[in-house]
Design a protein around this ligand. Structure first.
Ligand SMILES: NC(=O)c1ccc[n+]([C@@H]2O[C@H](COP(=O)([O-])OP(=O)(O)OC[C@H]3O[C@@H](n4cnc5c(N)ncnc54)[C@H](O)[C@@H]3O)[C@@H](O)[C@H]2O)c1
Ligand SMILES: O=P(O)(O)OC[C@@H](O)[C@@H](O)[C@H](O)[C@H](O)CO
Length: 419
């Protein structure tokens, strides 16, 4: 049986770091949409961006080469299955033109230094921005190579679940840039984004489902939900794909949208991952179907929405859609995947909105405290997923139960949470 076949050859004009399921379901899919919506050179796509040809992506893995090897074996082409509660719809994505193991440093530097490349997207998880983690240093070295090649300005687009992801990445890269810092500050734009599309890790059952639907053998297939959102703020000094064609929105400031997404969706995910696993559930849909967990999630949403700066009707509509997304029983988003590296996620998802409530004079919400307590209980009870979770669990274990929540708040609350 054969795999998906390439029929389009867009030239490499974008680079990605962190080739995983989400890049295939999100940025590469938006780029495919932009390529599909191409109009003659003098036309405009959705009235927003003049089209100047198709865009191909050279995508690098972050840590393990597996995704690059799988995708290379099928020339970068893969199947995306959109899974709703009623069924699956498949399409072929051809925007990734090369998939490269992250260990190939020479290819990495050459790709970013290519003058035809004008966008670098990044998905390296929350841990990839921790002090001392590899991606900022790798990006700084690649930007130095770009400067040396005289390849001109570039936009770097963080697509990870952080508050102010562009600013955080910019600070981390500049801190490692040495004598290139001045050039980077002038020539490289760091774009803030809100990214949203629930995309679990692909399973063998997903590959079987794609085979049954398409007749193709595709170990690089990705299964995702129909919902998708991308909100961006920042400059693209050398151009970009017409991502509006897939529904991306360009706004002056992403802050209210990122708080809505991280404090409603991701906060609930982390709460359900902790409390749901303790209750014996495996997936978000299972946990959200437990009445007490659903009620606690609704209470957490009530605490958080009080400090989200968007019209109430807009938040209502977004939450209505979110309930449908969480209820989708055919998206098996495993709680064990969501609770990975939780020490890096809780500051953004639970502690920043807690600080915001306090600075707004509302005080911490009861549901926020309950969610933190559930997370602490999960840390102390379940197998840790990384060294940071294990170290924190040891620390909390040595404290009296009544001291643990305050210790977490004191230790992990992010500095500079905007009031
Ligand atoms: N999957 C989703 O539903 C989803 C939705 C929105 C945003 N995101 C963002 O995308 C990220 C990746 O999600 P995914 O589903 O593609 O995961 P994945 O495990 O499929 O891929 C993650 C990629 O990041 C690399 N990586 C991980 N930690 C790294 C580190 N410390 N340094 C360098 N590279 C590292 C991995 O090697 C891999 O290439 C998430 O952490 C999140 O920030 C994911
Ligand atoms: O991908 P992570 O590990 O940052 O977080 C797990 C989930 O909360 C996350 O992937 C959501 O599904 C996603 O942010 C939805 O857009």
């Amino acid at each position: 049986m054969s795999g998906p076949q390439r029929t389009e050859h867009p030239p490499p004009r974008a680079v990605h770091l962190g080739l995983g399921a989400f890049h295939r379901a999100h940025q590469a899919w938006y780029t495919q949409r932009a390529n599909d919506a191409r109009v003659p050179a003098d036309g405009a796509v959705n009235g927003a961006v003049n089209d100047d040809g198709p865009w191909g992506i050279v995508a690098f893995t972050g840590r393990t080469p597996d995704a690059a090897l799988r995708l290379s074996a099928q020339d970068g082409v893969y199947t995306l299955a959109e899974r709703s509660a009623d069924g699956d719809r498949t399409e072929t994505v051809q925007s990734i033109v090369r998939a490269v193991p992250g260990s190939d440093d020479r290819a990495w530097l050459a790709a970013v230094a290519d003058p035809e490349v004008s966008v670098l997207t990044v998905t390296v998880t929350e841990t990839g921005y921790r002090p001392g983690s590899g991606p900022p240093e790798r990006i700084a070295r690649a930007l130095a190579a770009r400067r040396a090649a005289g390849a001109g300005p570039l936009a770097v687009v963080s697509c990870d679940n952080l508050l102010g992801n562009g600013r955080v990445l910019r600070d981390a890269v500049l801190a490692r840039a040495g004598t290139d810092a001045g050039w980077i500050a002038d020539a490289v734009s760091f774009v803030d984004t809100v990214v949203d599309r629930i995309t679990p890790a692909t399973t063998p059952a997903d590959i079987d489902a794609v085979r049954a639907l398409t007749g193709l053998d595709d170990p690089a297939a990705v299964v995702t939900e129909p919902f998708s959102e991308w909100v961006l703020a920042g400059a693209f000094p050398a151009g970009r794909p017409a991502w509006e064609a897939g529904g991306a929105r360009f706004v002056p400031d992403v802050r209210p949208y990122e708080e809505r997404k991280l404090w409603l969706l991701n906060a609930a995910h982390s709460y359900l991952a902790a409390a749901g696993r303790l209750a014996g559930c495996d997936t978000i849909a299972e946990a959200f179907a437990v009445p007490s967990l659903r009620a606690a999630t609704e209470a957490l949403w009530a605490d958080h929405r009080a400090v989200i700066d968007l019209p109430p009707g807009e938040v209502d509509a977004w939450l209505d859609a979110l309930r449908v997304r969480f209820d989708n029983p055919r998206i098996a988003h495993r709680l064990d995947q969501i609770r990975r590296d939780s020490t890096a996620k809780i500051p953004v998802r639970l502690l920043a909105p807690l600080t915001r409530r306090e600075t707004a004079g509302l005080g911490a919400g009861d549901a926020q405290h309950a969610a933190l307590d559930a997370w602490i209980a999960s840390l102390l009870t379940l197998e840790p997923t990384d060294a940071a979770d294990a170290a924190l669990a040891r620390e909390l274990d040595a404290l009296a139960p009544s001291e643990r929540r305050n210790a977490v708040i004191a230790r992990l609350t992010p500095e500079g949470t905007p009031a």
